[in-house]
Write a protein that binds this ligand. Structure first.
Ligand code: AMP
Ligand code: MG
Length: 523
């Protein structure tokens, strides 16, 4: 609804929420047609069982919660029916994978099922992942494992609750179909939504294989639907690229301060809306190690935690390279220099925004309300301490909030106290005490009660993050046909900052004897 009470253009008439057929189709990307997308057909899935449906997201995008119980919904979400009035499609893209140029990729096992406008008029694109191969499957089966689908579902919903821009998961359909990975696994179909799924790699593909006009058409499409305030900008393409770069820098800053490692930061996995996209071997870092690599297949550590910010910049450079013709329609020799200097200026925005955002977020995590000289040193000393102490990243920040309120020598026996700091090894206790003293002195320069500050810190430092062993428990339960653990874990992760009675073990790292899970690219 618009603020004057009238329905937003393209939205459903108010009060008519029950079914999918009332949604007003707003074909966007799919309607671009060749050479951007091709029509595809989902492959039927036998023995499909709707294991999970995200009713909160459904309401946001204009689907009634009870819709999921209809035969129509169950068929659509399994890939067993066509969306009324729309044709499924897959898009082509390219990308730099682990630094190497791959001139053709594409939605190999993803199809866009439908596009419409949500009740708030925002664009919605609905994709199925794992509904069979497309022309871009490159010989693969087009399916997704139940394991990787549960992980994507949990991770995107966890990040969303943490306030991180991301694609969302609407449903999970399990099946008895098996697929061969390292071992035989059961397959599933995940449905996911975003305003659009356009990637850096789409621009790389059309820059490499298409004409400047084709590339401009793609850019204008994205601008018209997702950055409409730029349509009349005198230099709309440059202004749009600046926005993409800034959104990317802000996203990476947010990941760093949450200890989130994406795992496969290829340019085909970067969204032009600055969304977290394509969850594979991601991980929330537990013990703090700057060189932590969450992807067991990433033997060189290209996408290590500490490397992520520079990779984000490198990927923006690839996008700018692909979009050079948008900056200068006539790439003659004289123009080339101008384009290069414009690209450098745009890239500088990455550094500025990343620095500004990451400092703002680190400060908030330490409870600092103002910016002062020496803050960066204080933050770095804290992170070095975490590394030396092999301390849990998430719980240590939470422990700092606890330390403001409790006598650190006598913390309460709760998951949300200064307790995690006491777990620092004896050899690091002196350094910790010195750092805490310096931190308290820094805090004393700002007027704020300890309780107020601790409360503010707990609003930015989560207690619950998606740890691999928690995801694994939900996966194993789902493999037995139950969604109980998935639902419980999702409910905890939906309120990551609030202490939840009875949920203490969801805050904890795996027990010392518990095997560390290796997560690779296989999905
Ligand atoms: P990812 O590493 O998951 O981002 O995937 C890289 C590319 O491989 C994308 O173009 C995917 O669509 C494609 N792909 C990955 N797994 C499969 C599969 N099982 N079937 C078809 N395509 C796949
Ligand atoms: Mg991908």
């Amino acid at each position: 609804m618009l603020s004057d009470g009238s329905p937003a253009p393209g939205a459903m008439p108010a009060g008519r929420m029950p079914g999918v057929t009332q949604l007003l189709a707003a074909p966007r990307f799919a309607a671009l047609g060749a050479p951007y997308v091709v029509p595809v057909q989902a492959q039927p899935l036998a023995h499909a069982q709707l294991l999970y449906f995200n009713t909160a997201l459904a309401a946001d995008i204009g689907l009634a919660p009870q819709w999921s119980r209809t035969a129509q919904a169950q068929a659509l979400l399994a890939g067993n029916a066509d969306w009324p009035g729309q044709h499924a499609s897959a898009s082509v893209y390219a990308g730099h994978q682990f630094g190497a140029w791959v001139s053709q990729l594409g939605d190999g096992r993803v199809l866009t099922l439908a596009e419409w406008s949500a009740p708030d008029a925002s664009p919605v694109e609905l994709q199925l992942k794992g509904a069979g191969p497309t022309p871009y499957a490159r010989g693969s089966d087009g399916r997704a494992t139940l394991r990787s689908s549960v992980r994507e579902l949990l991770a995107c919903e966890a990040l969303h609750a943490l306030g991180v821009p991301t694609t969302r998961a609407l449903s999970l359909v399990a099946s008895r179909l098996t697929v061969q990975r390292e071992e035989l696994e059961t397959a599933a179909v995940l449905s996911r939504t975003a305003p659009c799924f356009v990637r850096f790699g789409h621009f790389e593909f059309h820059a490499h294989h298409g004409t400047p006009a084709q590339l401009a058409e793609l850019a204008d499409h994205v601008i018209e639907h997702h950055f409409p305030y730029l349509t009349s900008h005198p230099q709309r393409h440059a202004a749009w690229l600046a926005e993409v770069i800034e959104l990317t820098a802000a996203l990476f800053a947010q990941w760093q301060t949450l200890g989130f490692c994406h795992g496969v930061l290829n340019t085909d996995n970067l969204s032009v809306l600055g969304l977290t996209l394509d969850y594979g071997p991601f991980g929330f870092m537990e013990r703090f190690r700057p060189h932590h690599v969450c992807n067991a297949s990433d033997t060189e550590g290209r996408y290590a935690y500490s490397a992520q910010p520079a990779i984000g910049r490198w990927n923006c450079e690839r996008l700018l390279g692909a979009c050079a013709s948008l900056l200068s329609p006539q790439p003659e020799a004289a123009a080339a220099a101008a384009v290069a200097s414009q690209a450098q200026a745009l890239l500088a925005r990455y550094d500025e925004v990343y620095h500004q955002e990451v400092m703002r977020r680190w400060r908030a995590k330490l409870g600092l309300r103002s910016a002062q000289d020496g803050d960066a040193a204080l933050i770095n000393r804290w992170l070095t301490l975490l590394q030396r102490a092999r301390a849990d990243f998430t719980l240590s920040f939470r422990g700092l909030a606890g330390a403001l309120e409790a006598d650190p020598a006598n913390p309460a026996e709760s998951a949300d106290s200064a307790g995690p700091l006491l777990d620092f090894p004896p050899g690091e206790q002196a350094a910790l005490a010195q750092w805490l003293a310096d931190w308290r002195a820094r805090l004393a320069s700002e007027g704020c009660s300890p309780a107020q500050r601790a409360a503010a810190m707990r609003r930015v430092n989560p207690l619950y993050v998606l740890r691999n062993h928690l995801a694994q428990a939900a996966i194993e339960d789902a493999q037995r046909g139950s969604s109980a653990e998935l639902e419980r874990l999702l409910a905890v992760l939906a309120r990551p900052f609030d202490v939840q009675p009875g949920a203490g073990h969801y805050a904890q790292p795996p027990a010392p004897g518990q095997a560390q899970l290796e997560i690779g690219c296989s999905a």
